[in-house]
Design a protein around this ligand. Structure first.
Ligand code: SF4
Length: 213
């Protein structure tokens, strides 16, 4: 029964966002990895503004090897934690060139060895590049799943652990993208669009809070 629920949930989200894809700006796999690394604690919008210029210069890991860290900081200094991120971008480029022949690794285990690449970064990268069955549980996804009938968890990490057991290649579809877009544009934190929500009948938050306000 629960599996059927998940399949229907995923199918409805796909209907709402048929062209769902990451909103990060990138032109190749390497730039995607760097964009995801930069998006920690920053919005996609902020990262895209920076990268539309930065990525004219950082096209391959070799380009990063030739840049010094201060030069990278000049490009990305409007992004939160830019000092750390610049150091990590530089080190990641060095490692990619020296140890991976400038190719991006394709497993979580290898990806998380790159500086600044956390498990979430690796999951998003693989989900976008290979449609791997991973979902990035950010604050939006955590909020949405808890408002609905699907989980009852205290943190994005706890939600991530819980849902990783449900989703497989067979049933996740484009869920990693559609869930983020649903949280970002429909089930918005302050003003969820419940009047046009296909999940209103099952939604805990609607029953407990919205319908009574
Ligand atoms: S009914 Fe409202 S609160 Fe519930 S998931 Fe839909 S938009 Fe969000």
């Amino acid at each position: 029964m629960f599996k059927k629920d998940i399949l229907e949930f995923a199918a409805k989200l796909n209907e709402m966002f048929p062209d769902a894809k990451t909103e990060l700006y990138y032109n190749n796999e390497f730039q995607l990895l760097i964009a995801i690394l930069m998006s920690a604690q920053a919005t996609d919008k902020q990262v895209n503004i920076v990268n539309r210029n930065f990525f004219n210069f950082l096209i391959t890991p070799e380009d990063g090897v030739k840049m010094d860290t201060d030069y990278i900081k000049e490009f990305i200094n409007s992004i939160s934690f830019f000092n750390n991120k610049a150091v990590n971008i530089k080190k990641t480029c060095d490692i990619l060139v020296k140890e991976h022949n400038s190719q991006i690794p394709r497993t979580i285990e290898e990806l998380v060895k790159l500086p600044g690449v956390w498990i979430k970064t690796a999951k998003v990268f693989l989900a976008v590049i290979e449609d791997a069955p991973y979902i990035w549980v950010d604050t939006h996804v955590h909020r949405v799943l808890n408002r609905l009938w699907l989980v009852n968890t205290k943190s994005p990490l706890e939600t991530d652990k819980k849902i990783s057991k449900w989703f497989t290649k067979e049933n996740h579809g484009m869920l990693h993208n559609t869930l983020v877009l649903f949280g970002r544009y429909h089930c918005i934190a302050r003003k969820p669009k419940c009047e046009t929500c296909p999940f209103v009948e099952k939604c805990k938050h609607y029953k407990k809070v919205i319908s009574k306000s």
